[in-house]
Ligand binder design. Structure first.
Ligand SMILES: NC(=O)c1ccc[n+]([C@@H]2O[C@H](COP(=O)([O-])OP(=O)(O)OC[C@H]3O[C@@H](n4cnc5c(N)ncnc54)[C@H](O)[C@@H]3O)[C@@H](O)[C@H]2O)c1
Length: 369
């Protein structure tokens, strides 16, 4: 058994020599943590008790260096056996355990069942759409943080819709300014204490101002945009990350940047917005490197043009921009808010468990031209 667990058993006919029963038993012992390390899996298999270690395996250890069909695998999916590993196990013969019968698992990987999220800018627009996606994916509670004292009619309708989904999920609304670091930390701490966890953070609050020539850009307005779009994103990510650490759990932090962080929108004098979004891209990479060892993933999501109240300030006043913006990507149209649901569910869930420090561009190909 130990040699199997260390991954040194010899393959027979392309499969491990371990007996089918033992392999099935080992997979039944999968740990209940979302990032089970190979070593903790080994320990759980040996002592028969699942562990919840979130630490990583030293790649120089004998386990990591071991040869064999699974010898280079340092972690194991909470849904193991999964993928080709499940197929190979199945090929060894049927299991007496119905839980190990072949079944599709791809959508289970996207499940957020029982998790808790916080979304800044969640009173409307992309933030609210993303909050709803988290609820539909199974979060037990998603807290929307935004400026107004009371939530919008749009938020109320979405909250009622979540209740009607019947999956025990709920939306909560909390009024807070993301530029007030201490207040935000305190509010998110209260959420996490109430729920007993914090798993997902989406920092979506942001502003886009009117055109201002870069050589005359007023200092006060530049500071204001940076304070909300960059500093506020940091404070939001900190607020949630501190709770993930406090509760000793892995988590996913998604910073909403923009394609404007890596390209300049043609004919638009948006130096403050573009600068603030570039900073978010580097913030994401930097935080990902610091927090990776703690099992907290940090990625940025960079949408292209999508019609919301933010962009309506341009599109409604200058209708020619609809065609202009649409023609700037190969899809020939603007994106829809709901077209971010999939990427949010992927980034928030274990389906993206090896993705951190990345920027995910969802721009209809705007960058490709
Ligand atoms: N709509 C797009 O085309 C597009 C494209 C790329 C990136 N984005 C980004 O997506 C995010 C959401 O944008 P949206 O289009 O939904 O805009 P939106 O204006 O509809 O929503 C932004 C929300 O942020 C909130 N907010 C602003 N300042 C705040 C503060 N200090 N504290 C708390 N909340 C605050 C607003 O009240 C609002 O509810 C923004 O970060 C934006 O830059 C949008």
């Amino acid at each position: 058994m130990l040699s199997y667990l260390a991954g040194v058993s010899k393959p027979v006919n392309g499969l491990s020599a371990i007996s089918t029963n033992l392999r099935h038993a080992a997979f039944r012992l999968q740990a209940n943590s979302r990032c089970t390390t190979w070593r903790s899996f080994q320990r759980s298999a040996i002592i028969g008790v699942p562990t919840t270690s979130g630490s990583t395996v030293n790649p120089n250890s004998s386990h990591a260096a071991a040869k064999g069909p699974i010898g280079k695998v340092q972690t194991i999916s909470p849904l193991a056996p999964i993928g080709v590993q499940a197929a190979l196990l199945h090929a060894e013969g049927p299991s007496a355990d119905p839980a190990l019968s072949p079944r599709p698992k791809i959508f289970e990987e996207f499940s957020l069942n029982g998790r808790v999220g916080v979304v800044s800018g969640g009173n409307r627009g992309l933030g609210l759409e993303m909050a709803l996606a988290l609820c539909e994916a199974g979060c037990k509670a998603v807290y929307c943080v935004d400026l107004p004292e009371l939530p919008s009619a749009e938020w109320e309708a979405t909250s009622a819709f979540v209740k009607a989904l019947g999956n025990s999920s709920r939306l909560e609304y909390v009024s807070a300014d993301v530029t007030d670091q201490q207040n935000l930390w305190g509010k998110v701490e209260q959420m996490a204490d109430k729920e007993g966890r914090m798993d997902v953070c989406i920092a979506a609050a942001g502003v886009l101002k009117a055109h201002q020539d870069c050589l005359n850009y007023p200092a006060e307005e530049f500071r204001e945009v940076m304070d909300i779009n960059t500093n506020g994103v940091l404070y939001t990510a900190q607020a949630a990350g501190r709770q993930m650490v406090k509760f000793k759990q892995p988590g996913s932090i998604i910073l909403i940047a923009s394609m404007s962080g890596s390209i300049t929108n043609r004919d638009h004098a948006w130096v403050s917005y573009n600068t603030s979004k570039s900073a978010v891209l580097q913030m994401g990479r930097s935080m990902a490197c610091e927090l990776g060892p703690l099992g907290i993933r940090v990625n940025t999501l960079s949408p292209g043009h999508i019609y919301t109240k933010m962009t309506a300030a341009y599109l409604d006043k200058q209708p020619h921009l609809l065609e202009k913006w649409s023609n700037m990507n190969p899809m020939g149209r603007l994106g829809r808010s709901d077209e971010l649901r999939g990427v949010i569910a992927w980034l928030a869930s274990d389906a993206s468990s090896f993705c951190t420090g990345s920027d995910i561009l969802v721009s209809g190909g705007h960058h490709s031209w």
